[in-house]
Write a protein that binds this ligand. Structure first.
Ligand code: CO
Length: 205
C-alpha cells in the first residue's frame, strides 16, 4: 500500500516537472496563498481538489466536522500565521453535507473523545431544535445542522482576538461560509460573509 503511494507520488512529481521545469523550484521559494481553508477532515473533501487550486494556492486547517473551538491552539496558530504572516485575503469555513461528525453529534453517546470535540454541534442542535424540526427527515436535519455549524464557525473565527486585531489594524481579510455537496461536488455560498468592521464591541451594542 505504501509503495503504491510512493509510486504515485513519483509519477505526479515527474509529470509536473515535465510540464513546467521550474514548478517545484518556484513553490519551494515562497508560498503566497490567497485562501485559508478551514474544513472537515473527511477524505472526500480535500480543499485543493474541490476548489480546483494548485499547491501553493490554499493554506489549510482541517478537523473532524470543521468545528471552531475558541481554545484550539492548532486552529488558532494556523489562523494567526495565515492572517499575520501570509496576509491571506479570504478565509473559508467549509462544511459538507453527509458529514459523519455532524451525524455523530446527533446520536446517543458515546463516541469517545469525539463527543467532547463535537459538543458545540450538539449545542447548536439544541438551540435550533424548532428550525431543525421543520425538515422532512433525519438526513435533511443533519444537513441543515452542517450549515448551521459553518455559520457558527464563521462567527467564532470572526470573534477571535486574532481577527479583531487584524481588522482594527486595517486588514481587508474576509471570512466566508461554504458547504460542499458530496453528491454533486459543488460548493455553495451560505451568504454569511463577515469582513473588516465586524468588531465585537459594536456587535454587542
Ligand atoms: Co465531515
Amino acid at each position: 500500500m505504501l509503495n503504491d503511494l510512493l509510486d504515485r507520488n513519483a509519477v505526479w512529481s515527474d509529470q509536473h516537472r515535465k510540464n513546467d521545469p521550474g514548478y517545484f523550484t518556484r513553490l519551494a521559494g515562497q508560498q503566497t496563498p490567497e485562501f485559508f481553508w478551514i474544513g472537515c477532515s473527511d477524505s472526500r473533501v480535500p480543499a485543493n481538489v474541490v476548489a480546483g487550486l494548485d499547491p501553493g494556492e490554499v493554506f489549510v486547517h482541517r478537523n473532524v466536522a470543521n468545528v471552531i473551538h475558541s481554545s484550539d491552539m492548532n486552529m488558532l496558530s494556523a489562523l494567526e500565521f495565515a492572517v499575520d504572516a501570509l496576509k491571506i485575503k479570504e478565509i473559508i469555513v467549509c462544511g459538507h453535507y453527509g458529514c459523519g461528525g455532524v451525524k455523530a453529534a446527533t446520536e446517543d453517546l458515546p463516541h469517545g473523545l469525539a463527543d467532547h470535540w463535537l459538543e458545540p454541534i450538539r449545542r447548536l442542535a439544541r438551540a435550533y431544535v424548532v428550525d431543525l424540526a421543520q425538515q422532512d427527515d433525519a438526513e435533511a436535519r443533519r444537513d441543515q445542522l452542517a450549515e448551521l455549524n459553518v455559520i457558527e464557525g464563521v462567527r467564532r473565527v470572526a470573534e477571535t482576538p486574532i481577527m479583531q486585531r487584524a481588522w482594527r489594524g486595517g486588514a481587508q481579510v474576509r471570512i466566508h461560509g461554504l458547504i460542499y455537496g458530496l453528491k454533486d461536488g459543488r460548493l455553495r455560498d451560505l451568504d454569511c460573509t463577515v469582513g473588516p468592521g465586524h468588531f465585537l464591541a459594536e456587535a454587542a451594542q
